[in-house]
Write a protein that binds this ligand. Structure first.
Ligand SMILES: *Cc1c(COP(=O)(O)O)cnc(C)c1O
Length: 461
C-alpha cells in the first residue's frame, strides 16, 4: 500500500506548511518548493513529476546496495510480524541483535569482537564520548576526559556529535562545543599545505595532535576522533603519511584512537573499513549509514578487545542506551544488507574493478579543466574543487557561491552530487556499474560546461 497520491504542488504546499527540514533555510526552501522524491531503483530515484535522477550521493552517503532490494524489504516484513520490538536493557536479547553482533565481529578487523548499537551515527559518537570517559574512569584515570577532534570534521548533529565535529557554522548555534572537546587542524593539503609536499604536510598535520596533547597534558586526554576521509567536510583525503603518524602519537601518549567509519565503513573505499585502506588499527569505530544501506535507521560503536575487556571486567553498569538500541527490525535489515554486501562480493568489486574505473574516469574527465582542481578520491568517494587560479591553488573569494550554482545545475539536470564550499562531491551506491559510471560522469561533465556558462554570464570567471 502506498500513501494517497497528491499533485506535486499539493505536496510542496503541505511540506512547506508543516515540515521543518534539517540543515535548511526554510524560508528560501519554501519559495522554490522541495523536490518530492517518490521512488528508487538501483542507482536511480524518481521525483513526483516522473523525472529519473541518477543518485551520485547514495541518498546521504548511505544507500550502498542501491534502491529496491527486495531481500531487505522481506527481512523487515518478516521481523515485524515475528517480533516488531523488544528491548535489550533488562537481561533480554533477541535473534536479530545476536546475529548482527556476531556478523559485525566477523566482518570488522580482528581487534573488534563487540558492538554497542544505536539508531544513528550521531548517537554512536555521543556513545563514544561517554564510553571513553567511562573506560578511563574505570581504571582510576578519571582525569582523562578530553576528546580531540578536527576542524571541519563531521561526527553528527546531536550536542555531542556536533561538538566533536569541527563545523563552525554548527557550533555557532546552541553554544557548542560542550566543555571537554578540543579541535586540531584538518589534514587538507590543497588549502593548508603551502610549499610542503603532501607527505611532509601529512606528518605536520598529524603532529598538531601531539602539540595539543602536550598542551592539555596526556593525563587529561581520553581520545582522538577522526574520519578516515572527511565526508561532509568535502571528501578530503589525507596524505598517506597522516594516519600512521596519528596512530603512533595516540599509542605514545596512551590515548584511544577512534576512527569514525560512518561514511567510509562497509565498502565505500573498496576496503570494508576506511581504517584498513590507511593500514591503521582503531580502538573504537562508530558505524551507521552503510550498515543498513539506509533502509533502516541503525548505528553503533565497534569496541576493540582492549576497551571491551576493561568495560566488561572493571566497568560495572554502563548507564547508557536508547530504547531502540539493537531494534529487531533494523538489526534484521542490517544483517540482510551485510550478507548481500559480502556474498555478492560488492566490496571486492569496488576495490578491484568499479572503484578504480570511477577514479580513472573522474580524473580523465575533470583534471584538465581550467577551473577544476584537486581532483581526488578513493574507491566510490570522489570530488573536485572549483578554483580561480590553478597555478596558485587559489580558491574563489566567497567559498560556496560557485559550488551552489554548480550543484543547482546538476540537480536541475537530474544528477545528484553535493556541493561543499566550492567542491563537488560524489559518493554513489556501491552497486553502480561501469556503464552507469560512464552515464553519470558524462552528465556531470555536461553540467560542468553549463556551470562555466553560468559563471561567465555572472562575470565570476
Ligand atoms: C553522517 C555522519 C555521522 C552522523 O550520522 P547520523 O546517522 O546522521 O546521525 C557521523 N559521522 C560521520 C562521519 C558521518 O558522515
Amino acid at each position: 500500500m502506498t500513501l494517497a497520491t497528491r499533485s506535486t504542488a499539493d505536496w510542496q504546499a503541505l511540506d512547506a506548511a508543516h515540515h521543518l527540514h534539517p540543515f535548511s533555510d526554510t524560508q528560501s526552501l519554501n519559495q522554490t518548493g522541495s523536490r518530492v522524491v517518490v521512488k528508487g531503483d538501483g542507482v536511480y530515484i524518481w521525483d513526483s513529476e516522473g523525472n529519473r535522477i541518477i543518485d551520485g550521493m547514495a541518498g546521504l552517503w548511505c544507500v550502498n546496495l542501491g534502491y529496491g532490494r527486495e531481500e531487505l524489504a522481506d527481512a523487515a516484513y518478516q521481523q515485524m510480524r515475528e517480533l516488531p520490538f523488544y528491548n535489550t536493557f533488562f537481561k533480554t536479547t533477541h535473534p536479530p541483535v545476536i546475529e548482527l553482533s556476531a556478523l559485525l565481529a566477523e566482518l570488522t578487523p580482528p581487534q573488534f569482537n563487540h558492538v554497542f548499537l544505536t539508531n544513528s551515527g550521531s548517537e554512536a559518537n555521543d556513545t563514544v564520548i561517554r564510553m571513553v570517559r567511562h573506560f578511563w574512569a574505570a581504571q582510576g584515570q578519571a582525569s582523562k576526559k578530553v576528546l580531540i577532534g578536527r576542524w571541519n570534521g563531521y561526527h553528527g548533529s546531536t550536542i555531542g556529535g556536533a561538538s566533536l565535529g569541527g563545523m563552525r557554522y554548527m557550533h555557532e548555534q546552541g553554544d557548542l562545543p560542550i566543555p571537554g572537546i578540543e579541535h586540531i587542524e584538518q589534514p587538507y593539503w590543497y588549502v593548508n599545505g603551502g610549499e610542503l609536499s603532501p607527505h611532509d604536510y601529512g606528518l605536520k598535520a598529524a603532529q598538531a595532535l601531539e602539540a595539543k596533547i602536550l598542551a592539555l597534558g596526556a593525563d587529561n586526554v581520553a581520545a582522538f576522533v577522526g574520519e578516515p576521509i572527511q565526508g561532509a567536510g568535502g571528501v578530503i583525503v589525507p596524505p598517506d603519511s597522516y594516519w600512521p603518524e596519528i596512530q603512533r602519537i595516540c599509542r605514545a601518549y596512551n590515548i584511544l584512537l577512534v576512527v569514525d567509519e560512518v561514511i567510509c565503513g562497509f565498502g565505500r573505499t573498496g576496503q570494508w573499513f576506511g581504517s584498513q585502506h590507511f593500514g591503521i588499527e582503531p580502538d573504537l569505530m562508530p558505524i551507521a549509514k552503510g550498515l543498513s544501506s539506509g533502509y533502516q535507521p541503525i548505528g553503533g560503536v565497534m569496541v576493540s578487545d582492549r576497551v571491551a575487556q576493561v568495560l566488561i571486567q572493571e566497568g560495572g553498569d554502563f548507564n547508557h542506551g536508547m530504547t531502540y538500541s539493537g531494534h529487531p527490525v533494523a538489526a534484521a535489515v542490517a544483517v540482510a544488507n551485510l550478507k548481500i554486501l559480502r556474498d555478492e562480493g560488492i566490496v571486492d568489486q569496488v576495490r578491484e574493478k568499479t572503484g578504480p574505473y570511477l577514479q580513472q574516469k573522474w580524473r580523465e574527465t575533470f583534471a584538465g579543466h581550467p577551473y577544476l582542481d584537486d581532483v581526488r578520491g578513493v574507491g566510490f568517494l570522489a570530488a573536485f574543487t572549483w578554483v580561480k587560479d590553478k597555478s596558485r591553488r587559489e580558491l574563489f573569494a566567497e567559498p560556496g557561491t560557485v559550488g551552489t550554482i554548480c550543484r543547482d545545475i546538476f540537480f536541475k539536470n537530474n544528477i545528484i552530487m553535493r556541493a561543499v564550499g566550492d567542491s563537488m562531491v560524489c559518493a554513489p551506491p556501491l552497486v553502480m556499474t561501469t556503464t552507469e559510471i560512464d552515464e553519470m560522469i558524462a552528465l556531470a561533465a555536461r553540467c560542468v560546461d553549463l556551470t562555466v556558462q553560468a559563471l561567465e554570464a555572472r562575470g565570476l570567471v
